[in-house]
Design a protein around this ligand. Structure first.
Ligand code: SF4
Length: 113
């Protein structure tokens, strides 16, 4: 099936400024999905789970319970939900941040599947 696109113009909070997004429909794992064109294929780059030591999607028993719950929801609802922010990961890396007074960043390696 051919991909289709539609543009959507939304007024932003600032008067006169128009934001335009392009939404694309494509087939992913046999199902038609709508996606912002700019975000297509970037789930792994934007989801914290792919950088997290608790994320073990190849082993659902050992996998993070939040990631498992999201996976079940995604299958049920037919959506893709990257984790943007996570309190559980914050608790895990918090001790690493105290080594340097005022440190707020820690490097995590990407987990390519
Ligand atoms: S702890 Fe958070 S970032 Fe890590 S796998 Fe679970 S949901 Fe994803």
């Amino acid at each position: 099936m051919a991909e289709s696109k539609v543009g959507d113009e939304r007024q932003t909070e600032q008067a006169g400024e128009v934001e335009c997004i392009v939404v694309q429909v494509y087939v992913h794992h046999g199902k038609e999905m709508a996606v912002m064109e700019a975000n297509r294929g970037k789930h792994r780059n934007n989801c914290l789970c792919f950088f997290c030591p608790f994320f073990k999607p190849e082993d659902r028993e050992a996998n993070c319970e939040i990631a498992n719950a999201l996976f079940r929801f995604d299958i049920l609802a037919g959506v893709t939900t990257p984790v943007w922010e996570c309190g559980k990961l914050a608790q895990h890396i918090r001790p690493l941040l105290t080594a340097e007074l005022g440190a707020r960043h820690v490097g995590l390696s990407r987990k390519d599947k």
